[in-house]
Every structure is written in structure tokens, then in C-alpha cells.
Write a protein that binds this ligand. Structure first.
Ligand SMILES: NC(=O)C1=CN([C@@H]2O[C@H](COP(=O)(O)OP(=O)(O)OC[C@H]3O[C@@H](n4cnc5c(N)ncnc54)[C@H](OP(=O)(O)O)[C@@H]3O)[C@@H](O)[C@H]2O)C=CC1
Ligand SMILES: CC(=O)[C@@H](O)[C@H](O)COP(=O)(O)O
Ligand SMILES: [Mn+2]
Length: 387
């Protein structure tokens, strides 16, 4: 049976890798919808190649520019509503949510509400609204399959035992480009240096998150909602080689890990083909060449973002959404040269202290918390800029 797929964020790093997997198995997958933000030239090329029924881009202005570039017969939509319509398209079975940041929240929710199988890369939507998202999934029958490499690894390792026999899950983190950089030097590091991830080629936002360890913090929250595991049973260990993608420890002390080369096409393919596995034509792991595999404790003083994410998870309610919003604003400011790298966690911490945290009962309440947190984070950055 051919699986029919919508790729939200098809022009990004995960989106492009997803299309490479689909291209390698044309008899297994068919692209029904594609969406982009601003890269309409690439979207047009993808539409030419994969012939989707429908595409969408960020706004009407870009849609007007995209129109003449598209092949005949493809429906063109735009804006949040257009992207959500791609997620809900009646012919789509699997929605790959590969948008970055909070822009992914509503389209991801639309896919869940429509009962689609969600191949989830956009971790921010789970961080912002994990509880509400899984409540909706229960109502609609939507299934959530993780794409994030660590969560795909845990999803696979969990098959080795019963949920009640899990002792803890262990997320691996590369440690980022500044793992060996002295703490005092972090105030001087540039966006160019921070954008050089040691093992993965990814979009800019997640690459900065990896450098601050906020990516691992977001992943702790993501793991909590995906696997219903309390924060005290989620451990993070630094593994600079990014070969062991994560592990599950069971009550008998057995530890089951998933290993592989750092290539996102592997977890993407698994999410698309689950419960089957595809014979991927990509490089495989050579254990001898990958050796040695090493592990160390994370330095929470040098990288406070990880501890802040645990704190937000323990606070609960809108705290993870506030953490996420403040982080997005701080990362943007750092990339624009307006904020020092070592002040990213300061902005997040101060925003968490100043924001009102409450239990959200709707997505609108999550969005309100996100908006207020952004206002607070901007004010904090303005003050830091003046001082
Ligand atoms: N890259 C990776 O290896 C991994 C990524 N992830 C997660 O996957 C998600 C995607 O990451 P990544 O692929 O690296 O990100 P990229 O920045 O490479 O891609 C983001 C995609 O989202 C689109 N987009 C951005 N903003 C908007 C918007 N406002 N409206 C509509 N579309 C928008 C972009 O469009 P355009 O470029 O056309 O403007 C692009 O298609 C993130 O949540 C990340 O944390 C998780 C694990 C690994
Ligand atoms: C590929 C992937 O899943 C990323 O989330 C990756 O794990 C980032 O690397 P860090 O381990 O440095 O955060
Ligand atoms: Mn990851």
C-alpha cells in the first residue's frame, strides 16, 4: 500500500531529508502536500519533482510570487490556514511536522485533530502543549511517532520491555561545539562558531539550541510527554560521537540502546514505515571506525538551559511554553548579534521568573502564554542591551 504524505516544512533540513527518503522508495510513498516558509524557489522545484496535490507557503505575497513557478494543476494556499489545510488534507495519512519553533504548533495540532499519523520533528509543539496535544490525539485516534533521533531511539528501545518495567530513560547529547570551551569564553562566542555542530547538519535554531544544551532540555520535556515518564526518570548523558542515539534502562539493570550513524534519514524513514523497516541505501555504522564511544556528565553550571528546562517541566502548566518562547526570542537575538551567547539562559530564566504560570485548558491559552513570554523576553533583552 502506498502511504500518502504531507511534509510541513519541506524546504528545511528535516523536510529535505524526508523527501530524500520518499524519493528512494517511490513505490511506498506518495507526496500529497508540501509546505514552505519563504523558500518558494525550492518549494517550486520540489513540487515539480513530487507532484503534490496541494502546496502552501508563509503568506499571500510569497504565494503570488510562487504561482507562476508551479506546475499546472497544483492547488496553492498560503498562511497558517493554508499550512493547516495541508495537514488536514483528506487524502493525507502521515503528516511530517518539520516546521521549526512555535510556527509548528497550530499545523501540528491540525494534523492531530484530523486523526492523522503524526511523524513529529517539531519538538516545540510538544514542549508548548504536550498534554493538550495527546488529549486531542486520544479523541481523534491520531498516532504520534517521534522523528527526533533520541526519541526515535527510545521509541525503538521501549519495544524491548513492558512500560511498567522501565527504570529510566537516558537521552544522549553531543555536548555541542562548546563542550570543551571554558565557561568564561562563552561570553565571546559568535553565531558562526555556535552554528558549527560537531556531528549534525541542521537548521540554525536547533543548532544554537544544541550549543546551549537547550535542545536537550526541550528533548527532556518532549520525552516526558511522548513516553509519559516523570522528569526524575529522564537522565541526560553527554556522548560526543552521537552514535548511541539514546537508551532505556529496565528494572533488571538491562540497558537497551539504538545506535547508528548521525543521519536523520534513518529515524525519518522509521517513522514513515513503522512498524516495518526499510532497506535504506545510506551509509551504515562501522563500529570500529566509530570507536571510541565515550560518555560524561553534563555541566549544568556551564550550560544552565538544561536545568531550566527541568525546572519548567517541574513547574508544569504554561512554564514549558514560556521557556520555549523566551528561548526562541533569545536565540533570534543572538543570531542577529544583539545578545551574548551566555545571556541566552539569563533571558530564559528571568522570563520564567516574571511570567504568570497557569494550567492551560486550551491551545489559545498556550498561545497567550507564548505571546506574553515573548514580550517579557524582548524587554529583558532591551534592558541587557542598555546595561
Ligand atoms: N534538523 C534536524 O536534524 C533536526 C530537527 N529537529 C526539529 O525539527 C524541526 C525542524 O528543524 P530543521 O529542519 O532543522 O529547521 P529548518 O530551519 O531547517 O527548517 C524549518 C522549516 O520550517 C519552515 N518555516 C519556518 N518558519 C515558518 C513559518 N513561520 N511559517 C511556515 N513555515 C515556516 C521553513 O521554511 P523556509 O525555509 O522555506 O522559510 C523550513 O521549511 C525543529 O523543531 C527541530 O527542533 C529535530 C531533530 C533533528
Ligand atoms: C539530530 C537530532 O535529533 C538533534 O536533536 C541532535 O540530537 C542535536 O544534537 P545535540 O545532541 O547536540 O543536541
Ligand atoms: Mn534530537
Amino acid at each position: 500500500m502506498v502511504k500518502k504524505i504531507a511534509v510541513l516544512g519541506s524546504t528545511g533540513s528535516i523536510g529535505r531529508s524526508t523527501l530524500e527518503v520518499i524519493e528512494a522508495f517511490p513505490e511506498r510513498f506518495q507526496v500529497v502536500a508540501l509546505t514552505a516558509g519563504e523558500n518558494i524557489e525550492l518549494l517550486a522545484k520540489q513540487a515539480e519533482k513530487f507532484k503534490p496535490l496541494q502546496v502552501a507557503c508563509k503568506n499571500e505575497y510569497l504565494a503570488e510570487k510562487l504561482k507562476p513557478l508551479l506546475p499546472e494543476g497544483i492547488k496553492l494556499l498560503h498562511g497558517k490556514e493554508g499550512i493547516m489545510a495541508c495537514a488536514r488534507h483528506p487524502e493525507v495519512e502521515i503528516v511530517v511536522s518539520a516546521l521549526v519553533g512555535s510556527a509548528g504548533l497550530l499545523p501540528t495540532m491540525a494534523a492531530v485533530e484530523a486523526g492523522k499519523t503524526l511523524a513529529l520533528a517539531n519538538k516545540e509543539s510538544l514542549v508548548m502543549a504536550g498534554k493538550l496535544l495527546f488529549k486531542k490525539a486520544q479523541e481523534s485516534g491520531a498516532r504520534v511517532i517521534p522523528v527526533d533521533s533520541e526519541h526515535s531511539a527510545i521509541f525503538q528501545a521501549l519495544h524491548a520491555g513492558r512500560p511498567e518495567d522501565v527504570n529510566q530513560i537516558i537521552l544522549t547529547a553531543s555536548g555541542g561545539p562548546f563542550r570543551d570551551t571554558p565557561k568564561e569564553v562563552l561570553s565571546q562566542v559568535t553565531p558562526e562558531q555556535a552554528l558549527k555542530h560537531p556531528n549534525w547538519q541542521m537548521g540554525p535554531k536547533i543548532t544554537i539550541d544544541s550549543a546551549t544544551l537547550m535542545n536537550k532540555g526541550l528533548e527532556v520535556i518532549e520525552a516526558h510527554f511522548l513516553f509519559k515518564i516523570p522528569p526524575e526518570k529522564i537522565k541526560v548523558v553527554i556522548h560526543p560521537q552521537s552514535i548511541v542515539h539514546s537508551l532505556v534502562e529496565f528494572v533488571d539493570g538491562s540497558v537497551i540502546a539504538q545506535l547508528g550513524v548521525p543521519d536523520m534519514r534513518v529515524p525519518i524513514a522509521y517513522a514513515l514505515s513503522y512498524p516495518e523497516r526499510l532497506p535504506l541505501p545510506f551509509p551504515k555504522l562501522d563500529l570500529v571506525k566509530a570507536s571510541p564511544l565515550t560518555f560524561e556528565e553534563p555541566d549544568l553550571e556551564k550550560f544552565p538551559c538544561l536545568a531550566l528546562a527541568y525546572e519548567a517541566l517541574r513547574l508544569g502548566g504554561t512554564a514549558p511554553a514560556v521557556l520555549n518562547a523566551a528561548n526562541e526570542i533569545a536565540v533570534e537575538a543572538f543570531l542577529e548579534g544583539r545578545l551574548r551567547f551566555d545571556l541566552i539562559p539569563v533571558v530564559v530564566q528571568k522570563t520564567l521568573e516574571q511570567a504568570q504560570i497557569k494550567e492551560p485548558f486550551s491551545i489559545d491559552e498556550v498561545i497567550n502564554a507564548d505571546i506574553f513570554a515573548r514580550i517579557i523576553a524582548h524587554q529583558i533583552i532591551d534592558e541587557l542591551e542598555k546595561s
